[in-house]
Design a protein around this ligand. Structure first.
Ligand code: GDP
Ligand code: MG
Length: 439
Protein backbone atom coordinates (compact mmCIF):
# COMPACT_ATOMS: atom_id res chain seq x y z
CA UNK A 1 0.00 0.00 0.00
CA UNK A 2 1.42 3.30 -1.01
CA UNK A 3 2.41 5.65 1.76
CA UNK A 4 0.17 8.29 0.34
CA UNK A 5 -2.80 6.01 0.45
CA UNK A 6 -1.98 5.13 4.03
CA UNK A 7 -1.83 8.81 4.90
CA UNK A 8 -5.14 9.47 3.20
CA UNK A 9 -6.69 6.51 4.97
CA UNK A 10 -5.40 7.71 8.31
CA UNK A 11 -6.73 11.18 7.73
CA UNK A 12 -10.13 9.96 6.71
CA UNK A 13 -10.24 7.39 9.49
CA UNK A 14 -10.02 10.12 12.06
CA UNK A 15 -12.63 12.30 10.47
CA UNK A 16 -15.95 12.80 12.06
CA UNK A 17 -17.52 13.78 8.80
CA UNK A 18 -16.67 12.75 5.29
CA UNK A 19 -17.54 14.92 2.36
CA UNK A 20 -18.00 13.85 -1.20
CA UNK A 21 -14.67 15.34 -2.13
CA UNK A 22 -12.96 13.33 0.67
CA UNK A 23 -14.27 10.17 -0.88
CA UNK A 24 -13.05 11.28 -4.28
CA UNK A 25 -9.55 11.98 -2.97
CA UNK A 26 -9.45 8.67 -1.22
CA UNK A 27 -10.65 6.77 -4.25
CA UNK A 28 -8.00 8.41 -6.38
CA UNK A 29 -5.36 7.11 -4.00
CA UNK A 30 -6.88 3.66 -3.86
CA UNK A 31 -6.99 3.61 -7.63
CA UNK A 32 -3.32 4.54 -7.93
CA UNK A 33 -2.28 1.99 -5.35
CA UNK A 34 -4.14 -0.77 -7.14
CA UNK A 35 -2.74 0.15 -10.53
CA UNK A 36 0.74 0.27 -9.07
CA UNK A 37 0.16 -3.20 -7.71
CA UNK A 38 -0.46 -4.44 -11.24
CA UNK A 39 -4.17 -4.84 -10.93
CA UNK A 40 -5.94 -4.93 -14.26
CA UNK A 41 -7.27 -1.45 -15.06
CA UNK A 42 -10.76 -2.69 -15.89
CA UNK A 43 -10.93 -4.35 -12.51
CA UNK A 44 -9.75 -1.20 -10.81
CA UNK A 45 -12.33 0.91 -12.55
CA UNK A 46 -15.18 -1.38 -11.63
CA UNK A 47 -13.93 -1.63 -8.09
CA UNK A 48 -13.65 2.12 -7.60
CA UNK A 49 -17.13 2.70 -8.94
CA UNK A 50 -18.60 0.14 -6.61
CA UNK A 51 -16.89 1.58 -3.56
CA UNK A 52 -17.79 5.13 -4.51
CA UNK A 53 -21.41 4.27 -4.94
CA UNK A 54 -21.60 2.62 -1.55
CA UNK A 55 -19.46 5.22 0.19
CA UNK A 56 -21.59 8.08 -1.00
CA UNK A 57 -24.74 6.33 0.14
CA UNK A 58 -26.72 8.30 2.67
CA UNK A 59 -26.35 5.80 5.52
CA UNK A 60 -22.57 6.14 5.38
CA UNK A 61 -22.46 9.89 5.16
CA UNK A 62 -24.85 10.21 8.05
CA UNK A 63 -23.30 7.60 10.30
CA UNK A 64 -21.31 8.60 13.36
CA UNK A 65 -18.04 7.32 11.97
CA UNK A 66 -18.12 7.85 8.22
CA UNK A 67 -14.34 7.55 7.83
CA UNK A 68 -14.34 4.11 9.39
CA UNK A 69 -17.32 3.15 7.28
CA UNK A 70 -15.55 4.02 4.05
CA UNK A 71 -12.56 1.94 5.01
CA UNK A 72 -14.82 -0.93 5.91
CA UNK A 73 -16.45 -0.71 2.52
CA UNK A 74 -13.10 -0.72 0.73
CA UNK A 75 -12.12 -3.82 2.67
CA UNK A 76 -15.40 -5.58 2.02
CA UNK A 77 -15.29 -4.83 -1.67
CA UNK A 78 -11.68 -6.00 -1.92
CA UNK A 79 -12.65 -9.23 -0.18
CA UNK A 80 -15.55 -9.68 -2.56
CA UNK A 81 -13.33 -9.02 -5.51
CA UNK A 82 -11.18 -11.93 -4.48
CA UNK A 83 -14.10 -14.27 -4.06
CA UNK A 84 -15.44 -13.66 -0.58
CA UNK A 85 -14.77 -16.92 1.24
CA UNK A 86 -12.01 -19.46 0.99
CA UNK A 87 -12.89 -22.09 -1.59
CA UNK A 88 -11.86 -25.65 -0.87
CA UNK A 89 -10.33 -28.06 -3.31
CA UNK A 90 -12.83 -30.25 -5.21
CA UNK A 91 -12.88 -33.83 -4.00
CA UNK A 92 -14.75 -36.62 -5.77
CA UNK A 93 -17.59 -38.35 -3.97
CA UNK A 94 -16.41 -41.61 -5.45
CA UNK A 95 -12.65 -42.18 -5.64
CA UNK A 96 -10.41 -41.44 -7.27
CA UNK A 97 -10.25 -37.69 -7.04
CA UNK A 98 -8.36 -36.47 -10.08
CA UNK A 99 -6.45 -33.23 -10.00
CA UNK A 100 -4.79 -31.88 -13.11
CA UNK A 101 -2.06 -29.30 -12.74
CA UNK A 102 -1.77 -26.80 -15.58
CA UNK A 103 0.17 -23.62 -16.17
CA UNK A 104 3.17 -22.08 -17.85
CA UNK A 105 6.69 -23.37 -17.43
CA UNK A 106 8.21 -22.37 -14.13
CA UNK A 107 4.91 -21.38 -12.57
CA UNK A 108 5.26 -24.03 -9.89
CA UNK A 109 3.12 -26.95 -11.14
CA UNK A 110 5.48 -29.72 -10.11
CA UNK A 111 6.18 -28.17 -6.73
CA UNK A 112 2.51 -27.48 -6.08
CA UNK A 113 1.57 -31.03 -7.16
CA UNK A 114 3.77 -32.30 -4.33
CA UNK A 115 2.44 -29.74 -1.87
CA UNK A 116 -1.13 -30.69 -2.70
CA UNK A 117 -0.38 -34.39 -2.30
CA UNK A 118 1.04 -33.71 1.14
CA UNK A 119 -1.87 -31.43 2.05
CA UNK A 120 -4.47 -33.99 1.01
CA UNK A 121 -2.74 -36.79 2.87
CA UNK A 122 -2.37 -34.72 6.03
CA UNK A 123 -5.76 -33.09 6.00
CA UNK A 124 -8.04 -35.71 4.44
CA UNK A 125 -6.03 -38.86 4.95
CA UNK A 126 -5.87 -39.35 1.17
CA UNK A 127 -3.53 -41.70 -0.63
CA UNK A 128 -2.28 -39.71 -3.59
CA UNK A 129 -0.45 -40.80 -6.70
CA UNK A 130 1.69 -38.28 -8.53
CA UNK A 131 1.75 -38.74 -12.30
CA UNK A 132 4.73 -37.62 -14.36
CA UNK A 133 3.00 -36.14 -17.37
CA UNK A 134 5.66 -33.65 -18.40
CA UNK A 135 7.86 -35.57 -20.85
CA UNK A 136 9.31 -32.56 -22.60
CA UNK A 137 11.45 -30.84 -20.06
CA UNK A 138 14.55 -32.97 -19.57
CA UNK A 139 14.65 -32.94 -15.78
CA UNK A 140 10.89 -32.79 -15.17
CA UNK A 141 10.43 -36.48 -14.41
CA UNK A 142 13.42 -36.58 -12.06
CA UNK A 143 12.12 -33.50 -10.32
CA UNK A 144 8.76 -35.13 -9.64
CA UNK A 145 10.50 -38.30 -8.45
CA UNK A 146 12.54 -36.23 -6.03
CA UNK A 147 9.42 -34.47 -4.76
CA UNK A 148 7.68 -37.83 -4.32
CA UNK A 149 10.59 -39.28 -2.34
CA UNK A 150 10.77 -36.22 -0.16
CA UNK A 151 7.19 -36.57 1.01
CA UNK A 152 6.91 -40.32 0.59
CA UNK A 153 4.23 -40.27 -2.10
CA UNK A 154 4.36 -42.73 -5.03
CA UNK A 155 5.13 -41.38 -8.49
CA UNK A 156 3.83 -42.94 -11.68
CA UNK A 157 6.49 -42.59 -14.34
CA UNK A 158 6.77 -44.14 -17.80
CA UNK A 159 9.80 -42.23 -18.95
CA UNK A 160 9.79 -39.66 -21.72
CA UNK A 161 9.11 -41.89 -24.72
CA UNK A 162 5.41 -42.45 -24.09
CA UNK A 163 2.76 -39.87 -24.93
CA UNK A 164 1.31 -38.08 -21.90
CA UNK A 165 -2.19 -39.15 -22.93
CA UNK A 166 -1.16 -42.78 -22.63
CA UNK A 167 0.71 -42.19 -19.38
CA UNK A 168 -2.42 -40.73 -17.86
CA UNK A 169 -4.60 -43.61 -19.07
CA UNK A 170 -2.21 -46.11 -17.50
CA UNK A 171 -1.87 -44.05 -14.35
CA UNK A 172 -5.62 -44.10 -13.81
CA UNK A 173 -5.79 -47.89 -13.85
CA UNK A 174 -2.61 -48.13 -11.78
CA UNK A 175 -4.22 -45.97 -9.10
CA UNK A 176 -7.28 -48.22 -9.09
CA UNK A 177 -5.20 -51.38 -8.73
CA UNK A 178 -3.15 -49.89 -5.92
CA UNK A 179 -6.18 -48.42 -4.15
CA UNK A 180 -4.77 -44.93 -4.41
CA UNK A 181 -7.70 -42.55 -4.09
CA UNK A 182 -6.20 -39.34 -5.45
CA UNK A 183 -4.47 -38.88 -8.77
CA UNK A 184 -2.46 -35.70 -9.25
CA UNK A 185 -1.32 -35.18 -12.80
CA UNK A 186 1.72 -33.00 -13.40
CA UNK A 187 1.70 -31.66 -16.94
CA UNK A 188 4.11 -29.86 -19.22
CA UNK A 189 4.24 -26.11 -19.45
CA UNK A 190 5.61 -23.86 -22.12
CA UNK A 191 7.05 -20.42 -21.86
CA UNK A 192 4.04 -19.17 -23.78
CA UNK A 193 0.67 -20.64 -24.50
CA UNK A 194 0.85 -22.74 -27.66
CA UNK A 195 -1.68 -24.73 -29.55
CA UNK A 196 0.04 -28.09 -29.48
CA UNK A 197 0.32 -28.02 -25.73
CA UNK A 198 -3.24 -26.87 -25.28
CA UNK A 199 -4.53 -29.70 -27.44
CA UNK A 200 -2.52 -32.17 -25.40
CA UNK A 201 -3.97 -30.75 -22.19
CA UNK A 202 -7.49 -30.95 -23.59
CA UNK A 203 -6.97 -34.60 -24.47
CA UNK A 204 -5.61 -35.35 -21.01
CA UNK A 205 -8.65 -33.62 -19.56
CA UNK A 206 -10.98 -35.82 -21.64
CA UNK A 207 -9.16 -38.96 -20.54
CA UNK A 208 -8.82 -38.17 -16.85
CA UNK A 209 -12.06 -36.23 -16.28
CA UNK A 210 -10.46 -34.24 -13.49
CA UNK A 211 -12.46 -33.01 -10.52
CA UNK A 212 -10.07 -30.15 -10.24
CA UNK A 213 -8.15 -28.40 -13.00
CA UNK A 214 -5.74 -26.38 -10.96
CA UNK A 215 -4.12 -23.52 -12.79
CA UNK A 216 -0.79 -22.64 -11.23
CA UNK A 217 0.20 -19.02 -11.69
CA UNK A 218 3.38 -17.24 -10.72
CA UNK A 219 2.35 -14.14 -8.80
CA UNK A 220 5.61 -12.43 -9.70
CA UNK A 221 4.56 -12.18 -13.33
CA UNK A 222 2.05 -9.47 -12.51
CA UNK A 223 -0.27 -8.49 -15.30
CA UNK A 224 0.85 -11.44 -17.41
CA UNK A 225 -0.53 -13.79 -14.81
CA UNK A 226 -3.98 -12.43 -15.49
CA UNK A 227 -3.71 -12.95 -19.24
CA UNK A 228 -2.45 -16.47 -18.71
CA UNK A 229 -5.32 -17.22 -16.39
CA UNK A 230 -7.81 -15.88 -18.88
CA UNK A 231 -6.49 -18.01 -21.73
CA UNK A 232 -6.17 -21.22 -19.76
CA UNK A 233 -9.65 -20.73 -18.47
CA UNK A 234 -11.09 -20.21 -21.95
CA UNK A 235 -9.43 -23.31 -23.30
CA UNK A 236 -9.69 -25.70 -20.36
CA UNK A 237 -12.42 -24.31 -18.13
CA UNK A 238 -10.24 -24.43 -15.04
CA UNK A 239 -11.78 -24.99 -11.62
CA UNK A 240 -9.26 -23.35 -9.33
CA UNK A 241 -6.09 -21.32 -9.13
CA UNK A 242 -2.97 -21.57 -7.02
CA UNK A 243 -0.96 -18.40 -6.82
CA UNK A 244 2.68 -19.24 -6.17
CA UNK A 245 5.69 -17.33 -4.91
CA UNK A 246 3.76 -14.91 -2.76
CA UNK A 247 6.65 -15.18 -0.32
CA UNK A 248 8.79 -13.22 -2.72
CA UNK A 249 8.96 -9.54 -3.34
CA UNK A 250 5.76 -9.49 -5.32
CA UNK A 251 3.10 -6.88 -5.28
CA UNK A 252 0.36 -9.45 -5.37
CA UNK A 253 -1.94 -7.51 -7.66
CA UNK A 254 -2.64 -10.68 -9.59
CA UNK A 255 -4.69 -11.99 -6.70
CA UNK A 256 -7.09 -9.12 -7.17
CA UNK A 257 -7.59 -9.44 -10.89
CA UNK A 258 -7.52 -13.16 -11.51
CA UNK A 259 -10.74 -13.89 -9.75
CA UNK A 260 -12.71 -11.13 -11.36
CA UNK A 261 -11.33 -11.80 -14.84
CA UNK A 262 -11.80 -15.60 -14.78
CA UNK A 263 -14.53 -15.86 -12.18
CA UNK A 264 -12.64 -18.88 -10.87
CA UNK A 265 -11.51 -18.99 -7.25
CA UNK A 266 -7.95 -18.78 -6.02
CA UNK A 267 -7.84 -21.74 -3.67
CA UNK A 268 -4.26 -21.84 -2.49
CA UNK A 269 -1.19 -19.67 -2.25
CA UNK A 270 2.41 -20.81 -2.40
CA UNK A 271 4.46 -19.28 0.39
CA UNK A 272 7.76 -21.12 -0.01
CA UNK A 273 9.60 -23.63 -2.14
CA UNK A 274 9.23 -26.24 0.57
CA UNK A 275 6.61 -28.93 0.55
CA UNK A 276 4.75 -27.46 3.51
CA UNK A 277 4.64 -24.03 1.91
CA UNK A 278 1.04 -24.19 0.73
CA UNK A 279 -1.69 -22.18 2.40
CA UNK A 280 -5.40 -21.81 1.88
CA UNK A 281 -6.24 -18.52 0.22
CA UNK A 282 -8.39 -16.26 2.39
CA UNK A 283 -9.74 -13.23 0.53
CA UNK A 284 -10.49 -11.29 3.71
CA UNK A 285 -6.98 -11.74 5.05
CA UNK A 286 -5.51 -10.66 1.75
CA UNK A 287 -7.75 -7.61 1.68
CA UNK A 288 -6.79 -6.77 5.22
CA UNK A 289 -3.13 -6.80 4.32
CA UNK A 290 -3.63 -4.92 1.12
CA UNK A 291 -5.24 -2.18 3.14
CA UNK A 292 -2.04 -1.75 5.10
CA UNK A 293 -3.36 -3.28 8.26
CA UNK A 294 -0.17 -5.26 8.28
CA UNK A 295 1.50 -2.07 9.23
CA UNK A 296 3.12 -1.90 12.65
CA UNK A 297 2.01 1.67 12.93
CA UNK A 298 -1.64 0.83 12.93
CA UNK A 299 -1.10 -1.84 15.55
CA UNK A 300 0.77 0.54 17.78
CA UNK A 301 -1.95 3.05 17.16
CA UNK A 302 -4.52 0.55 18.25
CA UNK A 303 -2.50 -0.36 21.29
CA UNK A 304 -1.95 3.24 22.26
CA UNK A 305 -5.59 4.02 22.55
CA UNK A 306 -6.01 1.22 25.04
CA UNK A 307 -2.75 0.84 26.88
CA UNK A 308 -1.41 3.50 29.11
CA UNK A 309 1.39 5.42 27.49
CA UNK A 310 4.03 4.89 30.10
CA UNK A 311 3.50 1.15 30.13
CA UNK A 312 3.77 1.20 26.38
CA UNK A 313 7.13 2.97 26.44
CA UNK A 314 8.51 0.49 28.93
CA UNK A 315 7.30 -2.34 26.77
CA UNK A 316 8.83 -0.93 23.64
CA UNK A 317 12.15 -0.58 25.38
CA UNK A 318 11.98 -4.15 26.57
CA UNK A 319 11.21 -5.35 23.09
CA UNK A 320 14.16 -3.41 21.79
CA UNK A 321 16.67 -4.79 24.22
CA UNK A 322 15.16 -8.24 24.20
CA UNK A 323 14.46 -8.36 27.92
CA UNK A 324 10.78 -9.11 27.58
CA UNK A 325 9.97 -11.83 30.10
CA UNK A 326 7.07 -14.09 30.93
CA UNK A 327 6.23 -11.70 33.73
CA UNK A 328 5.81 -8.90 31.22
CA UNK A 329 3.82 -11.29 29.13
CA UNK A 330 1.50 -11.84 32.08
CA UNK A 331 0.97 -8.13 32.48
CA UNK A 332 0.45 -7.69 28.76
CA UNK A 333 -2.28 -10.25 28.84
CA UNK A 334 -4.39 -8.13 31.11
CA UNK A 335 -4.06 -5.29 28.66
CA UNK A 336 -4.59 -7.56 25.72
CA UNK A 337 -7.93 -8.55 27.17
CA UNK A 338 -9.04 -5.02 26.53
CA UNK A 339 -7.61 -4.99 23.01
CA UNK A 340 -9.34 -8.05 21.66
CA UNK A 341 -7.98 -11.41 20.68
CA UNK A 342 -4.20 -11.38 20.60
CA UNK A 343 -3.94 -13.78 17.72
CA UNK A 344 -5.85 -11.38 15.51
CA UNK A 345 -3.55 -8.60 16.56
CA UNK A 346 -0.48 -10.71 15.91
CA UNK A 347 -1.67 -11.69 12.47
CA UNK A 348 -1.67 -8.08 11.42
CA UNK A 349 2.00 -7.69 12.09
CA UNK A 350 4.36 -7.65 9.16
CA UNK A 351 6.22 -10.89 8.83
CA UNK A 352 3.65 -12.61 10.96
CA UNK A 353 2.87 -14.93 8.09
CA UNK A 354 6.39 -16.29 8.55
CA UNK A 355 5.75 -17.44 12.07
CA UNK A 356 5.00 -21.11 12.06
CA UNK A 357 1.99 -22.11 14.07
CA UNK A 358 0.71 -18.59 14.48
CA UNK A 359 -2.68 -19.72 13.26
CA UNK A 360 -2.68 -22.16 16.16
CA UNK A 361 -1.89 -19.39 18.60
CA UNK A 362 -5.05 -18.50 20.26
CA UNK A 363 -5.19 -16.51 23.43
CA UNK A 364 -8.82 -15.65 23.55
CA UNK A 365 -11.15 -15.93 26.50
CA UNK A 366 -10.53 -18.93 28.70
CA UNK A 367 -7.11 -19.55 27.27
CA UNK A 368 -5.83 -16.26 28.57
CA UNK A 369 -6.95 -17.26 32.04
CA UNK A 370 -5.18 -20.59 31.71
CA UNK A 371 -2.00 -18.96 30.48
CA UNK A 372 -2.10 -16.49 33.31
CA UNK A 373 -2.62 -19.28 35.82
CA UNK A 374 0.48 -21.02 34.50
CA UNK A 375 2.67 -17.94 34.66
CA UNK A 376 1.39 -17.06 38.13
CA UNK A 377 2.55 -20.47 39.33
CA UNK A 378 6.10 -19.64 38.32
CA UNK A 379 8.65 -17.95 40.51
CA UNK A 380 9.91 -14.57 39.42
CA UNK A 381 13.23 -16.20 38.52
CA UNK A 382 11.43 -18.67 36.29
CA UNK A 383 9.45 -15.95 34.62
CA UNK A 384 12.65 -14.21 33.70
CA UNK A 385 14.49 -17.35 32.66
CA UNK A 386 11.95 -19.65 31.05
CA UNK A 387 14.79 -21.57 29.44
CA UNK A 388 15.66 -22.85 32.91
CA UNK A 389 12.35 -24.66 33.24
CA UNK A 390 13.29 -28.31 33.58
CA UNK A 391 10.96 -31.25 34.00
CA UNK A 392 10.64 -31.02 37.76
CA UNK A 393 9.95 -27.29 37.73
CA UNK A 394 7.34 -27.81 35.03
CA UNK A 395 5.72 -30.53 37.09
CA UNK A 396 5.47 -28.21 40.06
CA UNK A 397 4.00 -25.45 37.91
CA UNK A 398 1.55 -27.89 36.43
CA UNK A 399 0.36 -28.87 39.90
CA UNK A 400 0.19 -25.29 41.05
CA UNK A 401 -1.79 -24.03 38.09
CA UNK A 402 -3.90 -27.08 37.48
CA UNK A 403 -2.83 -27.05 33.82
CA UNK A 404 -1.21 -29.94 31.96
CA UNK A 405 2.48 -30.20 31.07
CA UNK A 406 1.45 -30.04 27.45
CA UNK A 407 -0.19 -26.69 27.99
CA UNK A 408 2.90 -25.39 29.73
CA UNK A 409 5.12 -26.50 26.89
CA UNK A 410 2.78 -24.97 24.39
CA UNK A 411 2.84 -21.68 26.22
CA UNK A 412 6.62 -21.66 26.32
CA UNK A 413 6.78 -22.35 22.63
CA UNK A 414 4.30 -19.61 21.86
CA UNK A 415 6.22 -17.23 24.02
CA UNK A 416 9.42 -18.03 22.17
CA UNK A 417 7.74 -17.63 18.80
CA UNK A 418 6.36 -14.32 19.91
CA UNK A 419 9.74 -13.13 21.07
CA UNK A 420 11.22 -14.09 17.75
CA UNK A 421 8.51 -12.21 15.97
CA UNK A 422 8.98 -9.15 18.09
CA UNK A 423 12.66 -9.23 17.35
CA UNK A 424 11.81 -9.26 13.66
CA UNK A 425 9.39 -6.42 14.12
CA UNK A 426 11.62 -4.15 16.07
CA UNK A 427 14.56 -4.76 13.78
CA UNK A 428 12.26 -3.83 10.93
CA UNK A 429 13.20 -6.92 8.96
CA UNK A 430 9.73 -8.33 8.74
CA UNK A 431 8.45 -5.26 7.06
CA UNK A 432 10.26 -5.66 3.78
CA UNK A 433 9.36 -9.28 3.53
CA UNK A 434 5.65 -8.80 3.90
CA UNK A 435 4.47 -9.30 0.34
CA UNK A 436 1.29 -7.32 0.77
CA UNK A 437 2.27 -4.56 3.08
CA UNK A 438 3.71 -2.44 0.35
CA UNK A 439 0.97 -2.72 -2.22
P1 GDP B 1 6.72 -25.92 -13.18
O1 GDP B 1 7.60 -25.68 -14.33
O2 GDP B 1 5.41 -25.22 -13.33
O3 GDP B 1 6.55 -27.36 -12.84
O4 GDP B 1 7.41 -25.20 -11.92
P2 GDP B 1 8.25 -25.83 -10.73
O5 GDP B 1 7.37 -26.56 -9.80
O6 GDP B 1 9.41 -26.59 -11.30
O7 GDP B 1 8.73 -24.52 -9.99
C1 GDP B 1 9.61 -23.58 -10.57
C2 GDP B 1 10.46 -22.93 -9.49
O8 GDP B 1 9.66 -22.17 -8.63
C3 GDP B 1 11.16 -23.96 -8.61
O9 GDP B 1 12.46 -23.50 -8.33
C4 GDP B 1 10.32 -23.97 -7.36
O10 GDP B 1 11.08 -24.34 -6.23
C5 GDP B 1 9.84 -22.55 -7.29
N1 GDP B 1 8.58 -22.38 -6.56
C6 GDP B 1 7.40 -22.98 -6.80
N2 GDP B 1 6.43 -22.52 -5.95
C7 GDP B 1 7.03 -21.62 -5.15
C8 GDP B 1 6.57 -20.76 -4.06
O11 GDP B 1 5.39 -20.75 -3.66
N3 GDP B 1 7.49 -19.96 -3.49
C9 GDP B 1 8.80 -19.94 -3.92
N4 GDP B 1 9.63 -19.12 -3.30
N5 GDP B 1 9.24 -20.69 -4.92
C10 GDP B 1 8.39 -21.53 -5.54
MG1 MG C 1 7.16 -29.01 -13.85
Amino acid sequence: LGERLQATMDRIKSKGKVTESDVKVMMREVRLALLEADVNFKVVKQFINQVKERALGSDVMQSLTPGQQVIKIVKEELTDLMGGDNQKINLANKPPTVIMMVGLQGAGKTTTAGKLALHLRKKFNKKPLLVAGDIYRPAAIDQLETVGKQIDIPVFNMGDQVKPQEIVTKAMSHAKEQHLDTVIIDTAGRLHIDEHLMNELKEIKDIAEPDEIMLVVDSMTGQDAVNVAETFNELLDITGVTLTKLDGDTRGGAALSIRSVTEKPIKFIGMSEKMDGLEAFHPDRMAQRILGMGDVLSIIEKAQTNVDEEEQKKLEQKLKDQSFTLDDFLEQMDQVKTLGPLDELLKMMPGANKIKGLDKMSFSGKEIDHVQAIIRSMTLYEREHPEKLNASRKKRISKGSGRSLQEINRLLKQFNDMKKMMKQMTSGKGKKKNPFGNM
